[in-house]
Write a protein that binds this ligand. Structure first.
Ligand code: PEP
Ligand code: MN
Length: 349
């Protein structure tokens, strides 16, 4: 059973409902979103008469559901979009789309500074940067780990940017939880349910990437794992799904999946056009397509010197390529369902 509280329900009203649930012997878990709170009743094997809740105020709706997936579906959550607020006025799933840009990996202090300086001067306020890298080969660069945290945090602080970085296990999650603004869970860990549960219990937005062989239903299960632990602040990311193994074209962006997702789920979804294409020549046109098609934002890998990048160089845009793409996206933005939100506080250097 789910109790959806009214937008603006007070802390006291929420607490009274929680206590009411505990009084009848069940466990209540609060899921707090930017606009509304939902109270999930765990362990209710029997039927609870909803008349019991008439005495409480602040309740919008009571939903009886026993299905495997509950919180992920829009129809179970009052029909509205869930806005994910990452702070500093940056929101996903409101009427604008956002850009998350930055290198695949943080490689040095200078590189983190140079990239943050460039991006912020172009109005980009959310920087990505891998610190713990889940590479396809154990012999490839695995990220700077603790040193990377230091460099990324310094750069973000100096240029007033929000940060996104990937946690690959509980250890990295605990470290990153202290310092970054959004925790990324990568495609390879999309079905790491124990890590997802941990993400559900932290008080920080999570960027969940769809696994490259995951169906939408698989993705929904993973989202449900996070939601069921009380964290509604999830930004989902389509990053391409595998097709035609063994051919040059390794993956495609599942545009139809993105629109089905928008219909069925209340959470924001962005498109990562870098990992989806793995080829910088194709990032430009696919980013244009993604913005016009309709999503809540883009993720794009940008590197000061892509040919020397320690990870994902072939798909990373140079600063000048990124500038060209931004010109195009700005021009197209007026035709998009969700126009681009650039934050032109920075000075072009
Ligand atoms: C990344 O964002 O650098 C990454 C490894 O992405 P994915 O998990 O989508 O492969
Ligand atoms: Mn990458």
């Amino acid at each position: 059973m789910l109790i959806v509280m009214k937008i603006g329900a007070t802390k006291r009203q929420i607490l009274e409902v929680v206590q009411g649930i505990e009084q009848i012997g069940y466990e209540a878990k609060i899921s707090k979103g930017a606009q509304r709170s939902i109270i999930l009743i765990h362990g209710n094997i029997g039927y609870i008469d909803e008349a019991y809740f008439n005495k409480f105020s602040g309740i919008m709706e009571i939903i009886h559901i026993s299905r495997r997936l509950r919180l992920v579906y829009r129809e179970n959550m009052g029909g509205d979009d869930t806005i994910v607020d990452i702070g500093g006025g940056l929101k996903f799933n409101d009427s604008y789309s956002q850009i998350i840009a930055g290198p695949c990996s943080i490689e040095s202090r200078d590189m983190a500074m140079e990239t943050a300086d460039f991006l912020s001067s172009r109005g980009i306020k959310i920087m990505r940067g891998g610190i713990f890298k889940p590479r396809t080969s154990p012999y490839s660069f695995q990220g700077l780990k603790e040193k990377g945290i230091e460099y990324f945090s310094e750069a973000a602080k100096k240029y007033k940017m929000k940060t996104v970085s990937e946690a690959v296990d509980e250890y990295s999650l605990n470290l990153l939880n202290e310092v970054v603004d959004v925790i990324q869970i990568g495609a390879r860990n999309m079905q790491n349910y124990s890590l997802l549960k941990k993400c559900g219990s932290i008080n920080k937005p999570v960027l969940l990437k769809r696994g490259f062989t995951a169906s939408l239903d698989d993705l929904y299960v993973s989202i449900e794992y996070i939601l069921s632990e009380g964290n509604q602040n999830i930004i989902v990311c389509e990053r391409g799904i595998r097709v035609f193994e063994g051919t040059k074209q390794r993956s495609i962006i599942d545009f139809l999946g993105v629109s089905d997702f928008k219909e069925e789920c209340h959470l924001p979804i962005i498109i990562d056009t870098s990992h989806a294409t793995r080829d910088r020549k194709k990032v430009h046109s696919l980013s244009r397509a993604a913005m016009i098609y309709g999503c809540d934002g883009l993720m794009i890998e940008v590197h000061p010197d892509p040919d020397k990048a320690l990870s994902d160089g072939p798909q990373s845009l140079s600063f000048s390529d990124f500038d060209l793409l931004l010109i195009d996206l700005k021009n197209l933005s007026q035709f998009a369902k969700k126009p681009l939100k650039l934050h032109n506080s920075g000075q072009k250097k």
